[in-house]
Design a protein around this ligand. Structure first.
Ligand code: THU
Length: 150
């Protein structure tokens, strides 16, 4: 499916929603708040934040959280995600795990990395994770002599 581009108004609104979502961040350990707003092709917006845990390694990032929310409600055709943090001088950049999870749902959609003042840098999933491994790779031709216990 072709990528649908957001109007400037839609971009501004999605960024605003990502910053709103950040206010729900549960990040008592890192004190690093992150919010994300994810837009589907049919115009719905899901929001999510990072949710940490006393067992530190169980924390989940805002991006993966919002994608899980959308997929678990039946939506997986995404056109854009905006990501917000409290950083003043840097655009928030998604971690490697989140890039891979975004990529599962396509390479061409838009990712808006923002700063606290709502300025942004626009990228695509492909630019964030070039030469990635995805669902199609599992179907590619393999050698035929794979041992039968696999
Ligand atoms: N985090 C996100 O939620 N998204 C990002 O793009 C980067 C990092 C979270 C994970 C953790 O809760 C906190 O920020 C510090 O790493």
């Amino acid at each position: 499916m072709d990528q649908r581009h957001l109007s400037q108004e839609e971009v501004n609104e999605l960024i605003h929603q990502s910053h709103e979502a950040k206010t729900f961040s549960y990040s008592p350990y890192s004190k690093f708040r992150v919010g994300a707003a994810l837009k589907t092709r049919d115009g719905r917006v899901f929001t999510g934040c990072n949710v940490e845990n006393a067992c530190y390694n169980l924390g989940v990032c805002a991006e993966r959280n919002v994608i899980a929310k959308a997929v678990s409600e039946g939506y997986k055709d995404f056109i854009a995600i905006a990501i917000a943090s409290d950083m003043e001088k840097e655009f928030i950049s998604p971690c490697g795990a989140c890039r891979q999870v975004m990529r599962e749902f396509g390479c061409k959609w838009e990712v808006y990395l923002t700063k606290i003042d709502k300025s942004y840098e626009k990228m695509t999933v492909d630019e964030l994770l070039p030469r990635s491994f995805g669902p199609d790779d599992l179907c590619k031709k393999k050698v035929s002599n794979i041992p039968s216990n696999h």
